[in-house]
Design a protein around this ligand. Sequence first.
Ligand SMILES: Cc1cc2nc3c(=O)[nH]c(=O)nc-3n(C[C@H](O)[C@H](O)[C@H](O)COP(=O)(O)OP(=O)(O)OC[C@H]3O[C@@H](n4cnc5c(N)ncnc54)[C@H](O)[C@@H]3O)c2cc1C
Length: 522
Amino acid sequence: MRQILEIQLTPKQSTDAEAVRKVAARLLKVSPGRIWHIKYLKRSVDARSKKIWVRLKAEFFIGEKLSFEETNLRKEYPFVGTRPAIIIVGAGPAGLFSALRLIERGLRPIIIERGKDVKARKFDIAQLSREHIVNPDSNYCFGEGGAGTYSDGKLYTRSTKRGNVQDVLQDLVNHGANPEILFDAHPHIGTDKLPAIIGAIRKTILDSGGEFYFNHRVEDFIIESGKLKGVITRNGTTFEGLSVILATGHSARDIYRLLHRKSVLLEAKPFALGVRIEHPQQLIDYLIYKQEIREQYLPAAAYSVVEQVDGRGVFSFCMCPGGIIVPSATAEGQVVVNGMSNSQRNSEFANSGMVVTVNLEDYQPYAEQGALAGLAYQEAVEQLAFSISGNSQKAPAQRMADFKEGKISQSLKASSYHPGIVSAPLHELLPTEIGARMQGAFPMFDKKLRGYLTNEAMLLMVESRTSSPVRIPRDPESFEHVTIANLYPCGEGAGYSGGIVSSALDGINCAEKIALRFIKNV
Ligand SMILES: Cc1cc2nc3c(=O)[nH]c(=O)nc-3n(C[C@H](O)[C@H](O)[C@H](O)COP(=O)(O)OP(=O)(O)OC[C@H]3O[C@@H](n4cnc5c(N)ncnc54)[C@H](O)[C@@H]3O)c2cc1C
């Protein structure tokens, strides 16, 4: 017999298979020994009341032991080395997952990536933190695995309508991720684990006859009579294929500018901008769990806040419990911050993006830049942060309550941000439409989480790469660019996704559209 049941466990019980079996047996009115298999379906921490519970939904296999095998969800990838080629520009989640799906459908992916392979990237990332040198092809956003690799690896997504989220998670598990991501309510991998998974995905693609070209920055498109024929990289190599999936992410400003120069239709789109906020993790644990010292079996507490101020959303974004703030600039002359954490989430800090929606009307001062006006807005704030930091990767910073009061901080707290911080009046430096709304929202957040608004927290400027301020418009049915044939804008850089999972799903969807178009004809 099989029975699906939701049970309530203490955090300690939730980490012990025997304890889970005992609790379930009591509810099912059977002896624990009669439960011979438990398949976890959903697990979440419930901190709504004083006593914290872990809720577990699982399928329990009871009684006579049947011959039973877990469904083998590993995929067999065919060899596609002799099949027609599809060019993929960018080896982020969108590019890599489109490659895997193209292989499944019998097409050969050729992946062209400006950055280095995932291991070699590490050196440049360390150099960025230590020596403040930004390699424009190898940094937190560029290189194998894309922006998602040296990140937090949070896999929670609301975009379930885009496709089969479980399929993406299963592919990650097949390539080495912890199977717990399949049932955790807020799955998370961690920056220490992601590189090996990305390496394993590359191996699958190569073993199946796909190709990778690292250190190949695409610098031109071959467009003839409205049809994209291929791409040319910085070292002069030309790549041609049936189609091009353009999955270059939201930070590839040179790609937007190249498309604009070539009169390929682009559109300005809203995005969100603000700061990264950092609290002591112990304080967030207290606010969420109401425990002075978090009990051993609970994960570092996370939060999510949102309020409307003067008609716009102010919201936390990409929260990293037990994480660190990292320098995410992709070129010299800009300061950009983001957050990440390792699998243990064991740093003493809790950071989160704290951002406000930026609307098209805010782009007015840059209107002469047309579709790139939002890019200019974003870039101007990043450059301002750089100039305030003394032309380094130090981040302008202010204590939270000081920001609210409009006072410059006389002293700063320690921060996880390795390149360093400088005291600055963020309330004056952020665009008014952002800063004033954040000042308005903080007391509202504090009403919900008493103690959230505090000078123990610091704001670091600037969290600007939340999503793309540009869209590369595509036909909603075929996913081809609206005017250039064979061009498939894909992922976050095209303006069609945000985050690792939704970008992977968009990659899969682009691959499916291409397969549908070509597979009958080749
Ligand atoms: C520090 C950090 C932490 C993050 N944490 C999370 C998280 O926990 N969870 C989450 O869901 N999201 C997170 N994100 C966001 C997430 O990484 C992105 O949403 C996602 O990676 C977008 O996928 P993508 O494939 O569309 O683009 P990207 O991942 O940006 O990949 C684009 C790729 O294209 C390459 N490229 C760019 N230009 C060219 C060119 N001209 N020629 C060749 N190649 C080029 C780049 O090098 C890059 O590898 C984080 C981002 C950062 C920076």
